[in-house]
Structure formats: C-alpha cells, structure tokens
Design a protein around this ligand. Structure first.
Ligand code: TA6
Length: 307
C-alpha cells in the first residue's frame, strides 16, 4: 500500500487484523489500539504511555484524568507514565522536566506480536530521539507491554555508552478505584518509608488507608501490593520485578486544586501504586549492562464477594 502519512505506514507495517491497529487519538497523538480475547488497551507513542487496560467484563483498571494534557511537550495525567532517567525532580538541574524525559519523548514502534497469552507491543527510545539539551549519556530503552489476562509492563534499560550510567525510575501507575476513602493497600506492613509530606522516615503499621494527601516512598521492598476495593468488589494485584521500592500517592484536596491537568474532585477515584527504582533503590549499570523494571497488574475477586 502506498502510504501518505505515519499512521498509514504504521498500520501497513504493524497492524494485526482484528487485534491491533494505529490511529490518531487524543490531541492527534499516535495511538496503538489493542483488543484481544483478554482485554483492550490503548498506548500512546508519546511517552510510550499505556493509557488504559480493561479486561473484558471489568471496569477499567487504569485511571485517566478528564483534564489531562495531550500535547507533545507535556506528560499525560493517568495510565502508566514512564519516569526515567530520574524520578521526581532532576538531581541537579531543576529546569529539566520532572520525572525525566522518557514520558514526553516520541518513542518508535519496534514490534507488535500476537502471542497465545496476549498481544505484545514493544516500543523503543534512544538518545538520538531526544533533544540535545536533555542528552546526558547514550542509552537504549524499550517498553514491552503484554496485554493478556494480566498486564505486564517491562521497562528495559541498556547502557550503550562507555561509562557507568546512574538513573532512578518509575512505572508511575494510576489505578481506577471506587472511592479513596474506602480502599486499602495491603503488602507493605512493617516497611520503612519516607513520608515526603514531612520528610520523616517511618514504619508502616498494617494496611494503608487514606484520609489526607499521601506521598510515600516505601524502601527495601520487593513486595506485591494489593488494592482492596470493596466498592468495585475487586482486588487489584500489583507485582513487580527489578524494583525494591514502591511509591503510594494520592494528592487529596489541596494538591488536586494545584494541578491544572487534574480535576479538583478526581482524587476520590484514583490511587497511584508505583513500581520504582527510587531513593536508595536508584541504580547504576555498566556499559552493555541491562536493567529491567517490571510491573504486573491483575485482578482478583474479593472473598466476601465470591458468590
Ligand atoms: O510519585 C509521586 C509524585 O512524585 C508526587 O510527588 C507527585 O508530584 C506525582 O509524582 C505527580 O508528579 P507529576 O510530575 O506527574 O505531576
């Protein structure tokens, strides 16, 4: 087929009839649309941003703000932002974008593959794809998204340079919940965490419930977390690989009002459980070394709700 635009070329090269196609989505941003026997997912090439994951017959698992930007120079608010090569503010240059440049870069499609346990979409980014002022070292990163009965999202980071590479990172996942006042997070009992609200290290006692702005970096934990959601009669399981830190965030009332791309009342129905390499879990890899940061998201029925 003779194509006159990028979308046509992508469909020509990578579409899978009845399973994967490309379209110009929100803000005209190129979007990979996956719909298979398990679930439906949309992924932007902008930031390799997984926008949605909805297993058939279920409510959306990922949350998306109704006020999100969809612009080339801004991050999307919701889904799974890819935060790399720094988590939070840049370590030394505050003029650089928060949470790194990966989430606002234009990634390339490397592969789309239909597999027995789901649809695999692989996107790729190198230093050649980002503005020169943001380049600090050579790299090749890939995001592999496997859309199946669970959602597997792996960020592979390869040091293609000649020096050691230091980075921090997050798969900064926003989850769709019934009501922040009624959910609880299991899996972090006894964990030390940095409470960024007062910058004091504390220890988690039991489950996490929410009654105020919550922004915590849990340390030295490979644990699987569960969001127990009685309102939606479900439990969301968040397992991980290559991560020894987990961030739990809800902006609550005042911070929600300070974010222009976040509705004032939207904090009620979202919760971030982030698979990270943050704080003392920041990483260093030598030339040719690869690090993989992976989050695995699945649903479970609540025992009380099993009929
Ligand atoms: O992961 C928690 C956090 O670092 C919060 O402090 C809050 O800033 C959130 O990320 C969102 O950051 P963003 O740059 O996407 O507005």
């Amino acid at each position: 087929m003779s194509c006159t635009n990028a979308i046509c070329t992508l469909n020509d090269r990578h579409s899978i009839p009845g399973e994967v196609f490309f379209k110009a989505g929100h803000g005209g941003l190129t979007t990979v649309c996956v719909n298979n026997r398990y679930a439906s997912t949309e992924i932007l090439l902008h930031g390799a941003h997984v926008m949605s994951y909805t297993p058939h017959g279920e409510k959306p698992v990922l949350w998306m703000s109704g006020s999100s930007y969809f612009q080339p120079d801004k991050p999307v608010r919701g889904g799974i932002p890819v935060c790399w090569p720094w988590f939070g503010g840049h370590p030394s240059d505050k003029s650089k974008p928060g949470h790194g440049f990966a989430r606002i870069a234009d990634w390339q499609v490397a592969e789309v593959d239909s597999q027995p346990n789901g649809t695999l979409v692989t996107l790729r980014l190198t230093e050649k794809d980002i503005p020169a002022n943001l380049r600090e070292f050579p790299f090749e990163i890939s995001l592999e998204v496997l859309v199946g009965s669970e959602l597997h999202v792996s960020l592979s980071i390869v040091n293609t340079g000649k020096e050691k590479m230091s980075f921090s990172a997050a798969l900064h996942t926003y989850f769709n919940i019934s009501d922040i006042a009624s959910v609880a997070v299991e899996g972090l009992d006894g964990c030390k965490y940095l409470d960024t609200m007062d910058h004091i290290f504390k220890v988690q006692k039991g489950i996490i419930a929410f009654e105020a702005e919550t922004d915590r970096i849990y340390l030295n934990t490979p644990a699987t977390c569960i969001i127990d959601d009685p309102g939606f009669c479900r439990r969301i399981k968040i397992a991980k690989r290559g991560s020894n830190s987990t961030v739990v965030w809800n902006p609550w009332i005042e911070k929600s009002k300070r974010m222009p791309d976040f509705g004032d009342e939207e904090y009620h129905t979202m919760l971030c459980i982030e698979t990270t390499n943050a704080e003392n879990d920041a990483r260093v890899i030598v030339p040719a070394e690869k690090h993989i940061l992976k989050t695995i998201i699945g649903l479970e029925k609540r025992s009380e709700d099993k009929k």
